[in-house]
Design a protein around this ligand. Sequence first.
Ligand code: SAH
Length: 220
Amino acid sequence: MTKASHLGSGMTSQRTRSRLAQRLKDHGIDNQKVLAAIRDTPRHIFVDEALASRAYEDTALPIGFGQTISQPYIVARMSEILITHVPNGKILEVGTGSGYQAAILAQLFPQVYSVERIAGLQRQARSRLREMDLHHVRFKHTDGSWGWEQNAPYDGIILTAAPLDVPQTLLDQLAIGGVLIAPVGGARNQILRMITRSDTGFEHQDLEPVIFVPMLSGTT
Ligand code: SAH
């Protein structure tokens, strides 16, 4: 039983999730594993109960501390980029937030590391993933602009908060052959950027305009 089970099956059922997955498919997501992860993940447990009825809309929602759970489309899009480039890779997520993106990643990759600067959010995310029996995600309370050196290099790095520019430290922790995906830019002009690393250096590709909360420094 999930926390929001009192809502009744209509709002939280497999059918509601399948509808969301179908909507993402219509918007161009076609990786079957990603769509299956969206279908299998109860997004309503990642938001406040008061917002649970909106959990399967394709929209970002507030999660407290001035932060938001990302829009399902963008979660799927970034996950699809990672799985296409580095299937079975070791992944670092910067910005755990609600833990929803981490829960999706956990269903796609054998090793997931996720860092968050707000302790309260990290605590909640950790217990939600435990509740879902996803035990192979490791969490750390830290300023993610420093990455997580101990487990580097990563095959994939995903930022879910937008820096003005991708910190060099994170690029340094990317494996050769790896891919980093991040929203980059100020509040009004962010772009989703994909950076690949080869043995000769880094290559950038700008994909589409996005809206994320800003990457901030320090911990709280
Ligand atoms: N992936 C999250 C998205 C949360 S919003 C989800 O699925 O819900 C982005 C998150 O990035 C916020 O929780 C914010 O606190 C965090 N964040 C911002 N700057 C950060 C930094 N420097 N290091 C770690 N986390 C950061």
